[in-house]
Ligand binder design. Structure first.
Ligand code: ZN
Length: 171
């Protein structure tokens, strides 16, 4: 079984207390779990993908404008990975595959599917935020593309507890 770890939107803007669109404490609480899981995958020589929102400042065409405050704007510190995950990423930049996305799903407009297939990956492990938005949309796309999906309950969070629980109940 070839597996890959996906860490979605675990950035300063989505996780730090003063982030632009933050999950706050539930997001911060994932830090050690995601770091440990990333280290495990790296140790097993299994691919780790870090996939983060990339938005342009004052983009008049983006549908999220009407829904959320500006976040993960190109060139801002808000796009950096949060906490120890940022340190780990910097230390393993050659190994960890970084992708930018502009929509909720990590598959939308990215070459994630091509990269996974090139490595013969059939099982994806999902972590990051938010459970009921980007994780859910990524999981739906992965399901429709035929991947086996493992959503790590200790590795996902949302700013909306009801949404978090509902999304996890869809597995
Ligand atoms: Zn966004």
């Amino acid at each position: 079984m070839n597996k890959a770890l996906l860490v979605v939107d675990y950035t300063v803007d989505f996780v730090a207390i003063d982030g632009a669109l933050t999950c706050g404490e539930p997001g911060i609480a994932l830090e050690d779990y995601i770091v440990q899981l990333t280290e495990d995958f790296l140790k097993q020589q299994q691919p780790v993908f870090v996939i983060n929102d990339l938005h342009e400042k004052d983009d008049p065409y983006h549908p999220e404008n009407a829904l959320f405050p500006p976040h993960n704007i190109r060139g801002t510190a808000g796009r950096n990975l949060y906490g120890k995950m940022n340190d780990l990423y910097k230390a393993h930049k050659q190994k960890i595959i970084g992708l930018d996305k502009t929509r909720y799903s990590a598959f939308a407009g990215t070459d994630l599917d091509i990269q996974l297939r090139a490595r013969g990956i059939t099982e994806i492990h999902l972590t990051g935020v938010c459970t009921d938005i980007c994780i859910l949309h990524t999981a739906v796309d992965a399901y429709n593309k035929g991947y086996k999906i493992i959503i790590h309950q200790g590795g996902v969070a949302s700013f909306n507890p009801a949404g978090h629980n509902w999304a996890l109940s869809q597995q």
